[in-house]
Design a protein around this ligand. Sequence first.
Ligand SMILES: [Zn+2]
Length: 80
Amino acid sequence: MCDCCKAEGRDHVLRCGDAAKTRSARLYKVYVGRTTSVNLCRLCDIQLFKSGESRFLECNIRFAQNLFSSRSSSSDSLFD
Ligand SMILES: [Zn+2]
C-alpha cells in the first residue's frame, strides 16, 4: 500500500493497476538530520522524482501532515 495514496484517500490499485507495487523511498527534509522511509507506488515515486521532495509534500499535504503529526509516534510503521 502506498503511504501517500493512503493518506490522500486515493486508491493506488485504481491508479496503477492490479500489479501495482510499492517501493520504499527516503525523505530527507521531513526531519532535520534524519531520513524517513515511506512506501510509494509508481506514480507517487515518479511525482517525487520529478517535482522534488518539497513540492511533492506540498502537493500531497495530507500525507505531509501525517508525517509531521506522527513524528513522535515510535510505533508508526512509516518510520524506521
Ligand atoms: Zn501513491
